[in-house]
Write a protein that binds this ligand. Structure first.
Ligand code: DHB
Length: 391
């Protein structure tokens, strides 16, 4: 088979790239190692930045998001006995939307199916070849066991941190940076109305806790737990008790409403950046090039920002035979990648507690400054609600 852009990965990055290129009349084939059911049911974060929402709107992908999502004007930052609202609207005139990545993915799949997009789900043995040449190609075994080859002008690696694209960058050209954190998140989804109107990020000496949500009837909550935590040791009651303590149940009359837990998982936390994001005719976008810890919900937004730069770069390359945007893609994308890498690290290290009492005092001092100083709050608001795509 032949196409203009072979896209490895049918998560939000690959699907959005295929959509934006499709609008320009550029032909793509999307391959994905998981099944479509798996991709459409995996649970991911649920906060869309201002610029993500605008981009989805501009490309006809925002209808259900505006119907079913919820606009939030800020977040709560809290520590024992105090809760502060950081109001993004008044600080930086931007808001965020609560709408699950799973829902964004469903909307993208529906749009691509309407456009007649060619997909291969459930593929195995994917390998990228001759990425330094003008005739790169991808080989894989399709879901029915047939060896398959796609020849393309360009390969887009949107296949996450475990996909083949990251590893297709030769060792001689790639640089990597990594931070592994000494804690994980226990995440739960519960069939209960959220006990808060906007997200709560809570510092507590027992560990960080967060109250997020997916809808008016579904809550999403997280607890800091040690690495390698056995999920079997966390009964539903133990989870709700820990959430109640850390989120301040009973404080100023606030109550955490428990409910049936429908999903439980442990998420490791790490930061990772690989550069460059382009080598020859292989371009990386999203988690294939960088991982952020979940605090601040930057992963999906960063993938969208990469693709918003990559689509015009590939359009110019394939239609205009001009190379400037493609040449600058990696450097331009990495400016924002490093900003979000720093922000996610900063939120993570400010809020997660450890054994060192000196660190705890520094964290509390930082939190109090952010909550009480307009300059401090504005820094958080600008980064959380999202910097412009081309930042
Ligand atoms: C969610 C996850 C995050 O990491 C975050 O900072 C905010 C929300 C979520 O899953 O809803």
């Amino acid at each position: 088979m032949r196409t203009q852009v072979a896209i490895s990965g049918a998560g939000p990055a690959g699907l959005l790239l295929s959509h934006l290129l499709g609008e320009q009349g550029i032909d793509t084939i999307v391959i994905e190692s998981r099944t479509q059911d798996y991709v459409l049911s995996r649970i991911r974060a649920g906060i869309l930045e201002h610029s993500t929402v605008r981009l989805l709107d501009e490309h006809g992908l925002g209808q259900r998001l505006h119907r079913e999502g919820h606009e939030h004007r800020g977040i709560y930052l809290q520590w024992p006995h105090e809760r502060h609202h950081i109001d993004f609207r008044s600080l930086v005139d931007r808001s965020v939307w609560v709408y699950g990545q799973t829902e964004v993915t469903k909307d993208l799949v529906a749009a691509r199916e309407r456009a007649g997009q060619q997909f291969y789900y459930g593929v195995s043995d994917t390998a990228l070849h001759d990425v330094e040449s003008d005739a790169p190609y991808v080989t894989f075994t399709d879901a029915s066991g047939t060896p398959t080859r796609i020849d393309a002008a360009v390969i887009a690696g949107c296949d996450g941190s475990f996909g083949p694209s990251r590893a297709a960058m030769p060792d001689a050209v790639r640089n990597t940076w990594e931070r592994v954190y000494p804690y994980s998140w226990l995440g739960v989804l519960a069939d209960v109305a959220p006990s808060t109107d906007e997200l709560i990020y809570a510092w507590h000496q027992d560990g960080f806790a967060m109250h997020s949500m997916r809808s008016s009837t579904v809550s999403r909550l997280y607890l800091q737990v040690p690495n390698n935590t056995d999920i079997g040791a966390w009964s539903d009651d133990r989870i709700w008790d820990a959430l109640a303590v850390r989120l301040g149940h009973g404080q100023d009359g606030w109550e955490l409403r428990p409910g049936p837990i429908t999903d439980k998982s442990v998420l490791p936390m790490r930061s990772y950046v690989q550069t460059p994001m382009r080598h020859g005719n292989l371009f990386l976008a999203g988690d294939a090039a960088h991982i952020v810890p979940p605090t601040g919900a930057k992963g999906l937004n960063l993938a969208v920002a990469d693709v918003a730069l990559l689509a015009p770069a590939l359009t110019q390359l394939l239609q205009g035979k001009r190379t400037e945007l493609a040449e600058h893609y990696s450097d331009t994308a990495l400016r924002r990648v490093w900003r979000c890498t720093h922000f996610s690290w900063w939120m993570t290290t400010m809020l997660h507690t450890g054994a060192d009492p000196f660190d705890a005092q520094l964290q509390l001092s930082q939190l109090k400054w952010v909550a009480s100083s307009e300059a401090g709050a504005m820094g958080l608001a600008e980064n959380y609600a999202g910097l412009p795509i081309g930042f």
